[in-house]
Ligand binder design. Sequence first.
Ligand code: VOV
Length: 248
Amino acid sequence: MSEAAQTLEGWYALHDFRSIDWTAWNAAATAEREEALSGLMELIGQWESVEERKEGSLALYAIVGQKADLVFMHLRETLEELNAIENEFNRSAIAQFTKKEYSYVSVVELSNYMGQPGVDPMQVPEISARLKPILPKSGHICFYPMNKRRQLTDNWYMLPMEDRRNMMRSHGMIGRSYAGKVKQIITGSVGFDDWEWGVTLFADDALQFKKLVYEMRFDEVSARYGEFGPFYVGNRLSRESLAELLRG
Ligand code: VOV
């Protein structure tokens, strides 16, 4: 058996994709709409205060295209808290005007491919900060799930550790050349959701997503072993721009 990579886990993640039921929203009375909107703002205010206390984080984006209208990306210490968040949203008035499109459950993950021998990673402040990250407030988000291939000839999980480490080093070097342009949050989802990882990227210039993902397609770990699910791309929403989106 090949040696399994050791992983470190941080906050749990829920990517909650919703669409607005425009027919129901447009048909609702102004007072009903305003009440639903103020309930939503209250919820967002609560989630932002959790972030201020550094007990979790929120990223809120408008999705471009027809896969969804909104994504709420939540990070929390426990799965129970994530479940409570979705239930609270579902009970709120705005939920009558939204549809569930897709969700993804995972946990912030770092693997030991790049670890220094003899160093306890939990004692490295940069690593513990990366496990419980405050999500960037960048202009754009890109999310997609992915697997590492398990076919007879190309099976990531049967490769020796050394080969996987070398490929991840090359992957990391490409990634590092996007420092300051793209920030990645990798979440592990083996046992939690339908793919093995969630890839969430943040950037102020959305074109950098395309450039990074394209460049990685030529790198062996992606070219040979990467399998990718649907891509979601979006624009940052503040409370004000969300209200504007709904009020028109
Ligand atoms: C934005 C840049 C960027 C940077 C700097 C970066 C660096 C690194 C490093 C150093 C490491 C290994 C240690 C760790 O931190 O876990 C990883 C790990 C990982 N990555 Fe990555 N990645 C980036 C970006 C980045 C992208 C764009 C993708 C999607 C791939 C693509 O083709 O679409 C990705 C995927 C992953 C995955 C799935 C893992 C876990 C693999 C596993 O088998 O465990 N990643 N990644």
